[in-house]
Design a protein around this ligand. Structure first.
Ligand code: CP3
Length: 349
């Protein structure tokens, strides 16, 4: 079994730097598009055999060191009772947006087995089909990023509805975050029970905050989930399951996030990795952090940047190579293959 990714998460010695790619299953792959021509995105997420198939595609095509469950961070939000649609060219739409007590009261803390059993079934299929080739990563949105979609009703540019709620109705915001956090905690536990070997929390929009507001309005909920997962794992004696915490635009928040208890910190490309390691306290395991657009460089350009990142990562306790955000839909797949080969080759394989 290739457990190099899990070893790196724990900060153990590894023969080469493991690599996986955020959004590694997706539209840049012809093989993914072929499946998507038959079903829409949500149906794909809810059909375990197909979701498992597209999860494994990048493992076969790219040779990455981990698989990530094919799903979406908005699946548990639909399970709480919101209506979810993905509209071409516009992205996700959630309705009605949560802006007052009434719309919040209509939502429940979702039971993961009852409402999202298809996710757990996908994980069980994947563990069988992967046969230990690479570990399987489960995931959810972090509470704050998840809540922005619920409050805005979809993607946003300035997150003004979210900040208005935080600043004008802090009690309502806290009640929403409590419901979201309870849902996501149960959802991640269920994924681990079904067979996820590591989990990543995506806080894509964490960087919209000042450090002080991040510390008050986003971080406690992340720390809460991670603490509860740890206690739960310990009580079941089920071994260590690494938690990766990814924050978009991490640079201004490193001194804040280092207390959350994650095993691994996902770093975007706007900061040098050695700098990030230093500001995380010097003893961190990091994941990242190539600019997704660098995959449009010619091969020697990609190689140079990989070399630079690997050099900077040498100060970390452990490093998992990844992009600083998801792979872009227009990316040439052969460049992603070249990236994975280059990381393996230059780091020792
Ligand atoms: O990484 C993987 O390969 C696993 C699958 C995965 C998806 N979404 C599939 C997806 C993961 C981990 C996510 C996380 C996710 N979803 C995030 C956090 C990470 C990030 O990229 O910031 C967010 C913010 C979402 C919400 C979301 N889902 C948006 C805003 C969109 C529309 C934008 C877009 O790229 O189309 C999605 C759709 C989505 N999620 C697609 C995929 C493959 C595209 C759907 C399609 O096939 O048309």
């Amino acid at each position: 079994m290739n457990d190099i990714f899990l070893k790196a998460c724990r900060g153990e010695a590894v023969p080469y730097t493991p690599v996986w790619i955020m959004r590694q299953a997706g539209r840049y792959l012809e093989q993914y598009q072929a499946v998507r021509r038959k079903v829409d995105f949500l149906a794909l997420c809810k059909t375990p055999e197909l979701a498992a198939e597209v999860t494994i595609q990048p493992v076969d095509i790219l040779g990455v060191d981990a698989a990530i469950l094919f799903s979406d961070i908005l699946i548990p939000v639909e399970a709480m009772g919101m209506e979810l649609e993905f509209i071409d060219g516009r992205g996700p739409v959630l309705s009605p947006p949560v802006r007052d007590e009434d719309s919040l009261n209509r939502l429940s803390v979702a039971d993961p087995g009852e409402k999202t059993g298809f996710v757990m079934q996908t994980i069980r299929i994947l563990r069988k089909e992967l046969e230990g080739r690479v570990p399987l990563i489960g995931f959810s949105g972090a509470p704050f990023t998840t809540a922005t979609y619920m409050i805005e009703g979809g993607t946003s540019k300035n997150f003004l509805n979210t900040k208005k709620m935080i600043f004008r109705s802090p009690g309502l915001y806290a009640a929403l975050m409590e419901k979201v956090t309870r849902t996501l905690t149960a959802y991640l536990k269920a994924q681990i029970e079904a067979g996820a070997q590591a989990v990543q929390l995506f806080d894509t929009w964490g960087g919209i905050f000042s450090p002080a507001d991040f510390r008050e309005y986003a971080l406690p909920y992340v720390t809460g989930i991670i603490g509860e997962l740890r206690d739960w794992l310990e009580s079941r004696n089920s071994g260590h399951v690494p938690v990766i915490y990814y924050v978009g635009e991490t640079g201004g928040l490193l001194e804040e996030i280092r207390s959350c208890g994650a095993d691994v910190y996902g770093i975007d490309w706007r900061i040098n990795l050695d700098d990030a390691v230093k500001r995380l306290g010097g003893d961190a395991v990091v994941q990242g952090n190539l600019d997704p657009a660098a995959l449009f460089l010619p091969r020697h350009g990609i190689e140079e940047r990989v070399k630079d990142i690997l050099g900077r990562a040498s100060s970390a306790r452990g490093h998992i190579f990844n992009l600083g955000h998801g792979v872009l839909p227009e990316t040439p797949p052969e460049n992603v293959v070249a990236l994975v080969e280059t990381v393996h080759h230059l780091s020792g394989k």
